[in-house]
Design a protein around this ligand. Structure first.
Ligand SMILES: Cc1ncc(COP(=O)(O)O)c(C=O)c1O
Length: 314
C-alpha cells in the first residue's frame, strides 16, 4: 500500500465545530465523543438501516420531548426495529446527556441502528441495536435570519416513498441541500409530481389568500415536531391553517413562505430561485407565529437548572 492510501485510512480528524471531548452515549456508556466507535459491520453504516431524532434543548429543558419520543418510537416500529429502551429510559438518557454538556442551549442527536451482522439485506431477528447520542451547542437563528429570512431553491423530490420515517438514509436530502448551497441558498424546497412536499431538512408552510397551508400528514413528508406546535400557535393567533397538497402555482403566488425545523425553529423564506417572495421581506403571518414560537419556548423551557460537571463518569 502506498503512503497516501494509508494517510486516508487514518484520517479521523474532528470538524472544528465539534468538541471531541464532549460527552456522548453509546450502547449503555457515557464517553468522550472521540472514543465512541461502532463496527464497520453496523447496518447503519452498510445500509443506512436506522432512524434518528434531533431534540432542541433550551436552558437545559428538552423542547417538546414527549412528541420527539413518540416519533422515535413510531419510526422504530415502521422499520421493524424493537424499541431498545423504555420511554422512561429514553427520557433519563436525554436528561443525562443534557446535564453532561457545558451549554444551556443544545441539540441532542439520537440514532438507533439495527446493529452489526454479516452483510445481508434481510436482517437477523436477534440483533443488538446500536444506540448512540451526542450533543452539540445550539446557536439559535439570530436577528439577521429573522429579519432577512432565508433563500431557497426548488428541486425535484427524488426520495423514496416513506418520507414519514425519520430514517438516516438521507442521500437525496443531502444532494438537494448541497445543490441549494452551491447556488448560494439555505434550503431546497422539494417538489414531487406537482406537489410541494417539504424542504431537504424542514417543513414548508405557504400563506395563500391569507391562509396558512401545510403538506398533509402522509408518507410524502416527515411530520415535523413543529407541525402540532404550529397548528396550536396558528389557532392562538387567529390564523386559518389547512393541510392540503400545494402546487408550484401555490408556491409562486404565496404572499409568505415559511420553514420550520428543530434547528431553524421558524423562519421566513424571502427568496426562491433568486426571485423575491412577495416583497422579499418576512411578512405579518411570520411575525405573529415567530412571536408565539418564542413565547412557547419561554413558557415551556424555564430557567436552566445547574449543570453537572462534564465528565464521562459524572
Ligand atoms: C425532511 C425533513 N422534514 C421536516 C423536518 C422538520 O422536523 P422537525 O420539526 O421535527 O425538526 C426535518 C428536520 O430535520 C426534516 O429533515
Amino acid at each position: 500500500m502506498n503512503a497516501s492510501f494509508l494517510d486516508h485510512a487514518f484520517d479521523l480528524s474532528f470538524p472544528e465545530q465539534l468538541d471531541p471531548k464532549s460527552i456522548a452515549y453509546l450502547n449503555g456508556e457515557f464517553l468522550a465523543l472521540e472514543e465512541a466507535k461502532v463496527s464497520v459491520l453496523d447496518r447503519g453504516f452498510l445500509f443506512a438501516d436506522g432512524i434518528y431524532e434531533v431534540v432542541p434543548v433550551y436552558r437545559r429543558n428538552p423542547f417538546l420531548w414527549k412528541n420527539h419520543l413518540r416519533r422515535l418510537v413510531r419510526s422504530l416500529a415502521a422499520i421493524q426495529l424493537a424499541c431498545p429502551l423504555s420511554e422512561e429510559d429514553w427520557t433519563e438518557l436525554v436528561h443525562q446527556m443534557i446535564e453532561h454538556q457545558p451549554f444551556d442551549d443544545q441539540f441532542i442527536y439520537l440514532q438507533i441502528t439495527r446493529g452489526s451482522a454479516r452483510r445481508d439485506h434481510a436482517f437477523p431477528q436477534k440483533l443488538r441495536p446500536t444506540v448512540f447520542a451526542m450533543a452539540t451547542e445550539f446557536h439559535r437563528p439570530g436577528q439577521a435570519d429573522r429579519e432577512n429570512g432565508l433563500k431557497a431553491i426548488t428541486v425535484d423530490d427524488e426520495r423514496w416513498l416513506r418520507c414519514d420515517i425519520k430514517s438516516v438514509a438521507l442521500l437525496a436530502n443531502v444532494l438537494a441541500r448541497q445543490k441549494a448551497v452551491e447556488q448560494g441558498a439555505h434550503e431546497a424546497i422539494l417538489i414531487r409530481d406537482g406537489v410541494v412536499t417539504e424542504g431537504a431538512s424542514s417543513n414548508i408552510w405557504l400563506v395563500v389568500a391569507g391562509e396558512l397551508l401545510g403538506h398533509p400528514r402522509n408518507n410524502l413528508a416527515l411530520e415535523g415536531i413543529r407541525y402540532g406546535l404550529i397548528e396550536e400557535l396558528a389557532k392562538g393567533c387567529g390564523l386559518k391553517l389547512s393541510l392540503r397538497e400545494r402546487s408550484p402555482d401555490d408556491l409562486a403566488r404565496a404572499s409568505e413562505v415559511l420553514l420550520s425545523s428543530a434547528t431553524k425553529e421558524l423562519l421566513a423564506i424571502t427568496s426562491i430561485n433568486q426571485a423575491p417572495v412577495a416583497q422579499g421581506q418576512p411578512g405579518p403571518v411570520f411575525q405573529k407565529l415567530r412571536a408565539a414560537y418564542d413565547k412557547a419556548i419561554e413558557m415551556q423551557c424555564p430557567r436552566a437548572q445547574l449543570a453537572k460537571a462534564a465528565s464521562p463518569t459524572g
